[in-house]
Design a protein around this ligand. Structure first.
Ligand code: SF4
Ligand code: SF4
Length: 439
């Protein structure tokens, strides 16, 4: 598996249709010779290309259940969205029992991390004038690092709920059982490739507290196979289900818990981009907190889930109604702080050298004028501007544009027709001679 990204291509399935090219929010994909290729430095693992490929040529590489065997203490971290995959006859308690049956030593709720993070965020907001953008969705954080670095200072400077819980679980097992680090395997049940990628490529940290991530759909099918035969007598008595934290799985859940703070909740990566642009223009200064997630309608829409996102959202709403209070927890037992601030991911689109870049910019403007401006993606790039950039960077040629190619072929045909009549004088007969012959 790529250590940098979890979203990969199955070359034999790709038909070169350019659907993914058009839907990628960061213009990371090009189709060349009938194959979609991801430019790794631009990919934020949002999963849009997986969602938009009707040939199933894109997929997310994740870990496997067989990996549990590698650890003495395999621990499952359940995201709020996972509970939305089940209807009422499989409640959170049953999900936990089934996970134990699969072979996990302990089960931890990421929703607990969401609840404690809510409390810390509330305090932080009252102490700052800046609006805050949630940093819980890794695809959104990577998007800001790549395309909106001027907004990095707005990102909430906290670990995500999953990292908060992973660290707490690891410390707990080490302390309670005297376990060594390498005996503990922290597995996240991931709804999306973005969170899969953070295992090897964490944000704001040198190393993730997670060891592995297994796709939600993999665990779901194994769980359904076992759930009818569970021995419910060995239940989970005394465990308070963090129903409010579970509400984070659907759009608005995170923001609603901030109660009287002015919040905006945005779901879907393209919607996130349009709100970030408004924030960049300074149009949203009255908003104190932005919940922003790449999937619609929230993490229940992650591409590695099973249920229709809107039915999963319905299940989450039903669960949330059971919540009475946030679960009482000692905040001192959790570590919220990032090791490093979120940093810009700078990619010079033209050149590192400023003088070369300026010269290329002039060429770029000319190239854009030459191209038809239809943004049809038939060239394999998402739009004419991106094709122009690829041309001046030597990665594409002007004739990749079918309109230019067609015009060149038509011009060539005209030229050939003209040439066909332009015979040398010795072979040419003039019109008067032809007319005489006819008489
Ligand atoms: S995962 Fe997202 S950013 Fe990466 S190539 Fe696919 S659509 Fe583009
Ligand atoms: S919205 Fe949730 S499921 Fe989707 S990419 Fe972000 S974290 Fe993953």
């Amino acid at each position: 598996m790529s250590n940098i990204h979890s979203v990969l291509l199955k070359p034999d399935k790709c038909k070169g249709c350019t659907n993914c090219v058009k839907n990628c929010p960061t213009n990371a994909i090009r189709v060349h010779q009938g194959q979609a290729k991801i430019k790794e430095e631009y990919c934020i693992d949002c999963g849009e290309c997986i969602r938009s490929c009707e040939y199933h040529a894109k997929y997310a590489a994740t870990d496997d259940l067989a990996d549990l065997e590698r650890y003495k203490y395999p621990i499952a971290l359940v995201p709020p969205s996972f509970y939305g995959q089940f209807t009422q006859n499989i409640n959170p308690a049953k999900v936990m029992l089934a996970l134990k049956d699969i072979g996990f030593f302990q089960i931890w709720d990421v929703a607990l991390g969401a609840e404690v993070l809510t409390q810390v965020t509330k305090e932080y907001i009252t102490d700052t004038d800046r609006p805050l953008i949630s940093s819980s969705c890794p695809a959104v954080v990577r998007l800001i690092q790549l395309l909106y670095p001027e907004l990095l200072g707005y990102l909430a400077p906290f670990k995500s709920p999953v990292e908060i819980i992973a660290q707490r679980a690891r410390e707990f097992i080490k302390l309670e059982l005297g376990a060594d680090d390498e005996e503990i395997g922290i597995f996240f049940i991931t709804p999306c490739p973005a969170k899969m990628t953070t295992v090897n490529n964490p944000l704001g940290m040198e190393k993730s507290y997670l060891d592995r991530a297994i796709a939600a759909d993999t665990i779901y099918h194994e769980l359904i196979r076992r759930v009818d035969n569970l021995d419910e007598s060995c239940g989970i008595d005394g465990y308070d289900i963090p129903y409010f934290g579970i509400s984070w799985a659907s759009g608005g859940g995170e923001a609603n818990l901030l109660e009287d703070i002015n919040t905006v909740s945005v779901a879907g990566i393209h919607n996130v981009m349009s709100v970030l642009e408004e924030l960049d223009r300074g149009d949203l200064a009255h908003v104190r907190y932005f919940e922003m997630v790449a999937c619609q309608p929230g993490c229940v829409g992650g591409v590695l889930n099973v249920k229709n996102p809107f039915l999963a959202e319905f299940n989450i709403h039903n669960l949330t109604k059971k919540g009475i209070n946030l679960i009482k927890q000692d905040l001192n037992k959790y570590d919220f702080d990032l090791q490093n601030p979120f940093k810009e991911k700078s990619i010079a689109s033209l050149d590192d050298d400023l003088i070369v870049a300026m010269a290329k910019l002039t060429r770029l403007e000319k190239e854009i004028e030459i191209l038809p401006g239809l943004d049809c993606a038939a060239c394999g790039a998402p739009d004419c501007r991106t094709l122009a950039e690829d041309i001046i960077n030597g990665l594409a040629s002007r004739t990749d544009c079918i309109f230019i190619l067609r015009q060149q072929v038509a011009d060539l045909a005209d030229e050939m027709a003209t040439l066909a009549h332009a015979l040398p004088p010795v072979m040419k007969r003039n019109k008067e001679e032809d007319d005489d012959d006819e008489d």
